[in-house]
Design a protein around this ligand. Structure first.
Ligand code: G3H
Ligand code: 13P
Ligand code: ZN
Length: 309
């Protein structure tokens, strides 16, 4: 039982066409719910921390909570920095015990993205830490009006090949139509699978990463709205599309929004049904269980990595 890198888990996942869930964590209950699910499913696990989460919890806390979860359950965890914006935050996390970092240079020109990614790889690898980079931009639905305009920002397959060769990065996040948050598509969901296939064919040994991969599970949206929430028009990536992506090199599937919704739905329900209660354990306990059930569903029914440890 330990903090581990994603190297071995990605190798197996690439080989067997399944994916590993990379779940965003912000506090103790979220960590516990996810780790318990991985334990019950005997599944590999990536827990990821954004800059915002790190700032919210303060840097030392989430690392220590993850270490505690490992001691408590015996589950191996890859601890990953999500969307590292610069070299300094990647270095801080590498020095602070993370086993994996993402350097997100996707907003930079190609050459600058390569230079920044290479700098992080050169710092991380001698220290036994793996690196994820991103090429192409995850557009929000409001950013562009039609599929053609949207796909102009997607990952270019030939650039992806050159990027991997010149940076030596361990995994690559690709833009094929997903976006962060609860509002991913106007109308019919669309992912560019032809592009994904092309990328995978050119760099077959590189684990690919799908950001913005929450399904935005309708049950949780409905429950939030039933208990006083106002989340209209939310739409995520259908489960079938996630399954399809795992056939073409996608080994890491990033999920945050579904955790937020699962937790919030349960807290809303509890507080509406028990207006007299004010003990946080009373509503955070059920929220933790809801997260556990949701993560088990992802692992077992969507990512297909149950029992693969
Ligand atoms: O990719 C974004 C993740 O959902 C993290 O979000 O920056 O609000 O923690 P955050
Ligand atoms: P979602 O907003 O779809 O959960 O995506 C999370 C993510 O990509 C974190 O990096
Ligand atoms: Zn992301």
């Amino acid at each position: 039982m330990a903090l581990i890198t994603s190297q071995e888990m990605f190798k197996k996942a690439l080989d067997k066409d399944y994916a590993i869930g990379a779940f965003n964590v912000n506090n103790m209950e979220i960590i516990q719910g996810i780790v318990q699910a991985a334990q019950l499913e005997n599944a590999p696990l990536i827990l990821q921390v954004s800059a915002g989460a790190r700032q919210y919890a303060r840097p030392a806390y989430l690392v220590k909570l993850v270490e505690a979860a490992i001691i408590d359950t015996g589950v191996d965890v890859c601890l990953h920095l999500d969307h590292g914006a610069d070299f300094e935050i990647c270095k801080d996390c590498i020095d602070g015990g993370f086993t994996s970092v993402m350097i997100d240079g996707s907003k930079l020109p190609f050459e600058e993205n390569i230079a920044l990614t290479k700098k992080v790889v050169d710092y991380a690898h001698p220290r036994g830490v793996v690196v994820e980079a991103e090429l192409g931009k995850l557009a929000g639905i409001e950013d562009d009006v039609n599929v053609d305009a949207r796909s102009a920002t997607f990952t270019d397959p030939m650039e992806a090949k050159e990027f991997i060769e010149r940076t030596g990065v361990d995994s690559l996040a690709v833009a094929i139509g997903t976006s962060h948050g609860a509002y991913k598509f106007k109308g019919t969901p669309y992912l560019d699978f032809e592009r994904l296939k092309e990328i995978h064919a050119l760099i077959p040994d590189t684990p690919l990463v799908l950001h913005g991969a929450s399904t935005v599970i309708p049950e949780f949206v409905d429950k939030c709205n039933q208990y006083g929430g106002k989340i209209p028009g939310a739409q995520g990536v259908p489960e079938d599309m996630i399954k399809e992506a795992t056939k073409y090199g996608v080994c890491k599937v990033n999920i945050d929004t579904d955790l937020r919704l699962a937790m919030t739905a349960e807290v809303r329900k509890f507080l509406v049904e028990h207006p007299e209660e004010f003990d946080p354990r009373k509503y955070l306990g059920p929220a933790r269980e809801a997260i556990q059930r949701m993560v088990q569903h992802k692992i077992h029914d969507v990512l297909n990595c149950s029992g693969t440890k």
